[in-house]
Design a protein around this ligand. Sequence first.
Ligand code: 6PG
Length: 256
Amino acid sequence: MAEPEIQIYQDRESLSEAAAELFVELAGQAAGKFTVALSGGSTPKELYRLLASDKFKNEIDWTKLFFLIGDERDAPPDSPDSNYRMASETLFGPLNISNQQILRWETEHNDPQIITREFERCLERFAAKDQPSAAAGGTDPLPRIDLILLGLGSDAHTASLFPHTDALHETERTAAANRVEKLDTWRFTLTFPVINNAANVVFLAAGADKAEAVQTVIEGNRNTDEFPAQSVYPKNGRLIWLLDDAAARLLTKSRS
Ligand code: 6PG
Protein backbone atom coordinates (compact mmCIF):
# COMPACT_ATOMS: atom_id res chain seq x y z
CA MET A 1 0.00 0.00 0.00
CA ALA A 2 1.19 3.49 -0.81
CA GLU A 3 1.85 5.90 2.07
CA PRO A 4 -1.15 8.01 3.15
CA GLU A 5 -1.25 11.42 1.45
CA ILE A 6 -1.98 14.08 4.06
CA GLN A 7 -3.25 17.49 3.00
CA ILE A 8 -3.96 20.17 5.61
CA TYR A 9 -6.10 23.26 5.03
CA GLN A 10 -6.64 26.38 7.08
CA ASP A 11 -10.33 25.82 7.76
CA ARG A 12 -13.39 23.71 6.96
CA GLU A 13 -14.30 25.83 3.94
CA SER A 14 -10.94 25.44 2.21
CA LEU A 15 -10.94 21.74 3.12
CA SER A 16 -14.31 21.33 1.38
CA GLU A 17 -13.10 23.30 -1.63
CA ALA A 18 -10.04 21.07 -1.95
CA ALA A 19 -12.23 17.99 -1.61
CA ALA A 20 -14.47 19.21 -4.43
CA GLU A 21 -11.44 19.84 -6.66
CA LEU A 22 -10.11 16.34 -5.90
CA PHE A 23 -13.53 14.84 -6.62
CA VAL A 24 -13.63 16.61 -10.03
CA GLU A 25 -10.08 15.45 -10.79
CA LEU A 26 -10.78 11.79 -9.96
CA ALA A 27 -14.15 11.70 -11.73
CA GLY A 28 -12.57 13.33 -14.78
CA GLN A 29 -9.95 10.57 -14.98
CA ALA A 30 -12.63 7.88 -15.29
CA ALA A 31 -12.98 6.53 -18.83
CA GLY A 32 -16.53 5.31 -18.19
CA LYS A 33 -18.62 4.69 -15.08
CA PHE A 34 -17.32 6.26 -11.84
CA THR A 35 -18.56 4.75 -8.58
CA VAL A 36 -18.53 6.80 -5.39
CA ALA A 37 -19.38 5.72 -1.85
CA LEU A 38 -20.61 8.76 0.08
CA SER A 39 -19.84 9.33 3.72
CA GLY A 40 -22.57 10.32 6.14
CA GLY A 41 -22.37 12.76 9.02
CA SER A 42 -21.98 16.54 8.90
CA THR A 43 -18.43 17.05 7.58
CA PRO A 44 -19.10 16.10 3.94
CA LYS A 45 -22.30 18.21 3.67
CA GLU A 46 -20.36 21.29 2.53
CA LEU A 47 -18.52 19.20 -0.07
CA TYR A 48 -21.81 17.85 -1.47
CA ARG A 49 -23.32 21.34 -1.58
CA LEU A 50 -20.20 22.66 -3.36
CA LEU A 51 -20.32 19.89 -5.98
CA ALA A 52 -23.93 20.80 -6.73
CA SER A 53 -23.12 24.53 -6.88
CA ASP A 54 -22.57 26.61 -10.02
CA LYS A 55 -18.85 26.55 -9.23
CA PHE A 56 -18.44 22.79 -9.73
CA LYS A 57 -21.59 21.18 -11.15
CA ASN A 58 -20.57 21.76 -14.76
CA GLU A 59 -17.11 20.26 -14.21
CA ILE A 60 -18.47 16.70 -14.09
CA ASP A 61 -20.49 14.52 -16.46
CA TRP A 62 -22.94 13.36 -13.79
CA THR A 63 -24.40 10.71 -16.08
CA LYS A 64 -21.15 8.72 -15.56
CA LEU A 65 -21.45 8.75 -11.78
CA PHE A 66 -22.97 6.00 -9.66
CA PHE A 67 -23.40 6.68 -5.95
CA LEU A 68 -23.73 4.36 -3.00
CA ILE A 69 -24.35 5.33 0.59
CA GLY A 70 -21.24 4.07 2.41
CA ASP A 71 -23.07 3.59 5.67
CA GLU A 72 -26.55 4.21 7.02
CA ARG A 73 -28.40 4.63 10.25
CA ASP A 74 -31.36 2.44 11.27
CA ALA A 75 -33.81 5.11 10.12
CA PRO A 76 -36.27 5.43 7.24
CA PRO A 77 -35.00 7.16 4.09
CA ASP A 78 -37.03 10.30 4.88
CA SER A 79 -35.73 10.55 8.45
CA PRO A 80 -33.55 13.55 9.48
CA ASP A 81 -31.04 10.90 10.67
CA SER A 82 -30.79 9.26 7.25
CA ASN A 83 -27.48 9.65 5.38
CA TYR A 84 -29.42 8.95 2.17
CA ARG A 85 -31.75 11.88 2.93
CA MET A 86 -28.76 14.15 3.64
CA ALA A 87 -27.14 13.17 0.32
CA SER A 88 -30.46 13.62 -1.48
CA GLU A 89 -30.96 17.12 -0.10
CA THR A 90 -27.41 18.32 -0.74
CA LEU A 91 -26.41 16.44 -3.90
CA PHE A 92 -28.85 14.06 -5.63
CA GLY A 93 -31.81 16.46 -5.64
CA PRO A 94 -30.02 19.63 -6.78
CA LEU A 95 -28.23 17.67 -9.55
CA ASN A 96 -31.30 15.62 -10.57
CA ILE A 97 -29.39 12.37 -10.10
CA SER A 98 -31.68 9.52 -11.16
CA ASN A 99 -32.57 6.72 -8.76
CA GLN A 100 -30.87 4.28 -11.17
CA GLN A 101 -27.59 5.98 -10.29
CA ILE A 102 -28.04 5.55 -6.53
CA LEU A 103 -27.65 2.50 -4.31
CA ARG A 104 -29.09 3.06 -0.84
CA TRP A 105 -29.80 0.80 2.15
CA GLU A 106 -33.50 -0.06 2.06
CA THR A 107 -33.98 0.54 5.76
CA GLU A 108 -37.76 0.41 5.34
CA HIS A 109 -37.39 -3.40 5.38
CA ASN A 110 -36.80 -3.13 9.14
CA ASP A 111 -34.93 -6.46 9.29
CA PRO A 112 -31.15 -5.72 9.53
CA GLN A 113 -30.17 -8.94 7.76
CA ILE A 114 -32.61 -8.37 4.87
CA ILE A 115 -31.45 -4.75 4.51
CA THR A 116 -27.83 -5.84 4.37
CA ARG A 117 -28.36 -8.83 2.05
CA GLU A 118 -30.31 -6.64 -0.39
CA PHE A 119 -27.60 -3.97 -0.40
CA GLU A 120 -24.84 -6.52 -0.87
CA ARG A 121 -26.71 -8.21 -3.74
CA CYS A 122 -27.13 -4.91 -5.55
CA LEU A 123 -23.59 -3.71 -4.78
CA GLU A 124 -22.03 -6.53 -6.77
CA ARG A 125 -23.92 -5.52 -9.93
CA PHE A 126 -23.81 -1.81 -9.17
CA ALA A 127 -20.06 -1.60 -8.81
CA ALA A 128 -19.25 -4.14 -11.55
CA LYS A 129 -16.95 -2.66 -14.11
CA ASP A 130 -17.07 -3.22 -17.88
CA GLN A 131 -13.65 -4.89 -17.66
CA PRO A 132 -11.96 -7.02 -14.95
CA SER A 133 -10.35 -4.82 -12.27
CA ALA A 134 -6.69 -4.09 -12.96
CA ALA A 135 -5.92 -4.80 -9.30
CA ALA A 136 -6.28 -8.53 -9.65
CA GLY A 137 -5.26 -8.81 -13.31
CA GLY A 138 -8.69 -10.31 -13.80
CA THR A 139 -12.08 -10.29 -12.18
CA ASP A 140 -11.76 -9.64 -8.45
CA PRO A 141 -14.56 -11.14 -6.33
CA LEU A 142 -14.73 -7.86 -4.41
CA PRO A 143 -16.28 -4.78 -6.04
CA ARG A 144 -13.62 -2.12 -6.67
CA ILE A 145 -15.20 1.23 -5.89
CA ASP A 146 -13.50 4.19 -7.58
CA LEU A 147 -13.81 6.61 -4.67
CA ILE A 148 -14.83 6.03 -1.06
CA LEU A 149 -15.38 9.13 1.07
CA LEU A 150 -15.01 8.52 4.80
CA GLY A 151 -15.51 10.61 7.91
CA LEU A 152 -13.84 10.05 11.25
CA GLY A 153 -15.52 10.00 14.63
CA SER A 154 -13.76 11.37 17.70
CA ASP A 155 -13.67 7.72 18.84
CA ALA A 156 -11.80 6.85 15.61
CA HIS A 157 -14.78 5.04 14.08
CA THR A 158 -15.32 5.40 10.35
CA ALA A 159 -18.39 4.64 8.28
CA SER A 160 -20.40 2.64 10.82
CA LEU A 161 -17.39 0.61 11.94
CA PHE A 162 -17.37 1.48 15.63
CA PRO A 163 -14.85 0.35 18.26
CA HIS A 164 -15.36 -3.20 19.60
CA THR A 165 -18.20 -4.08 17.23
CA ASP A 166 -18.61 -7.28 15.23
CA ALA A 167 -18.40 -5.74 11.76
CA LEU A 168 -14.73 -4.87 12.37
CA HIS A 169 -13.90 -8.54 11.96
CA GLU A 170 -15.85 -9.17 8.73
CA THR A 171 -13.35 -10.49 6.19
CA GLU A 172 -15.65 -11.86 3.46
CA ARG A 173 -18.85 -9.90 3.07
CA THR A 174 -18.93 -6.44 1.49
CA ALA A 175 -21.71 -5.09 3.72
CA ALA A 176 -22.69 -5.62 7.33
CA ALA A 177 -25.45 -4.89 9.79
CA ASN A 178 -23.51 -3.75 12.85
CA ARG A 179 -25.02 -3.68 16.35
CA VAL A 180 -23.62 -0.60 18.11
CA GLU A 181 -24.45 -1.10 21.80
CA LYS A 182 -23.11 2.29 22.90
CA LEU A 183 -25.64 3.94 20.59
CA ASP A 184 -28.22 1.23 21.27
CA THR A 185 -28.89 0.92 17.55
CA TRP A 186 -28.19 -1.04 14.38
CA ARG A 187 -25.97 0.57 11.78
CA PHE A 188 -25.37 -0.55 8.17
CA THR A 189 -21.92 -0.27 6.66
CA LEU A 190 -19.47 -1.19 3.96
CA THR A 191 -16.86 -3.52 5.41
CA PHE A 192 -13.07 -3.22 5.43
CA PRO A 193 -12.58 -5.76 2.59
CA VAL A 194 -14.48 -3.57 0.13
CA ILE A 195 -13.11 -0.30 1.55
CA ASN A 196 -9.57 -1.63 1.17
CA ASN A 197 -10.27 -2.76 -2.39
CA ALA A 198 -11.11 0.79 -3.51
CA ALA A 199 -9.04 2.78 -5.98
CA ASN A 200 -9.21 5.94 -3.84
CA VAL A 201 -10.14 6.34 -0.17
CA VAL A 202 -10.46 9.91 1.08
CA PHE A 203 -10.94 10.80 4.75
CA LEU A 204 -12.48 14.19 5.49
CA ALA A 205 -11.92 15.36 9.06
CA ALA A 206 -12.35 18.84 10.48
CA GLY A 207 -12.51 20.40 13.93
CA ALA A 208 -10.51 20.24 17.14
CA ASP A 209 -12.66 17.40 18.47
CA LYS A 210 -11.12 15.11 15.79
CA ALA A 211 -7.47 15.99 16.49
CA GLU A 212 -6.80 13.17 18.93
CA ALA A 213 -8.42 10.54 16.72
CA VAL A 214 -6.55 11.83 13.65
CA GLN A 215 -3.21 11.65 15.43
CA THR A 216 -3.93 8.19 16.85
CA VAL A 217 -5.13 6.73 13.55
CA ILE A 218 -2.30 8.18 11.45
CA GLU A 219 0.61 8.05 13.90
CA GLY A 220 -0.46 6.05 16.94
CA ASN A 221 0.23 2.46 17.95
CA ARG A 222 -2.01 0.03 16.12
CA ASN A 223 -5.04 -1.13 18.02
CA THR A 224 -7.69 -1.62 15.37
CA ASP A 225 -10.43 -2.80 17.73
CA GLU A 226 -10.06 0.40 19.73
CA PHE A 227 -9.34 2.66 16.71
CA PRO A 228 -11.19 1.11 13.73
CA ALA A 229 -10.09 3.71 11.15
CA GLN A 230 -6.57 2.27 11.51
CA SER A 231 -7.84 -0.72 9.49
CA VAL A 232 -8.33 1.45 6.38
CA TYR A 233 -5.40 0.84 4.03
CA PRO A 234 -6.33 0.34 0.34
CA LYS A 235 -4.19 -2.55 -0.87
CA ASN A 236 -3.97 -1.15 -4.39
CA GLY A 237 -5.16 2.43 -4.21
CA ARG A 238 -4.62 5.89 -2.79
CA LEU A 239 -5.34 6.81 0.84
CA ILE A 240 -5.80 10.55 1.19
CA TRP A 241 -6.48 12.55 4.36
CA LEU A 242 -8.03 16.00 3.90
CA LEU A 243 -7.81 17.82 7.23
CA ASP A 244 -8.29 21.31 8.54
CA ASP A 245 -5.65 22.84 10.84
CA ALA A 246 -7.73 22.10 13.93
CA ALA A 247 -8.07 18.39 13.17
CA ALA A 248 -4.37 18.13 12.19
CA ARG A 249 -3.18 20.02 15.28
CA LEU A 250 -1.59 17.00 17.03
CA LEU A 251 0.15 15.47 14.04
CA THR A 252 3.95 15.39 14.37
CA LYS A 253 5.87 13.45 11.75
CA SER A 254 3.05 13.22 9.17
CA ARG A 255 2.92 16.84 8.02
CA SER A 256 3.91 17.16 4.34
C1 6PG B 1 -22.30 8.64 9.95
C2 6PG B 1 -20.94 8.57 9.32
C3 6PG B 1 -19.89 8.57 10.38
C4 6PG B 1 -19.31 9.97 10.32
C5 6PG B 1 -18.45 10.26 11.51
C6 6PG B 1 -18.04 11.74 11.50
O1 6PG B 1 -23.18 7.89 9.55
O2 6PG B 1 -22.44 9.52 10.80
O3 6PG B 1 -20.75 7.74 8.37
O4 6PG B 1 -18.88 7.64 10.23
O5 6PG B 1 -18.56 10.10 9.12
O6 6PG B 1 -19.21 9.99 12.67
O7 6PG B 1 -19.22 12.49 11.55
P1 6PG B 1 -19.19 14.11 11.44
O8 6PG B 1 -18.70 14.41 10.06
O9 6PG B 1 -20.62 14.51 11.66
O10 6PG B 1 -18.23 14.60 12.50
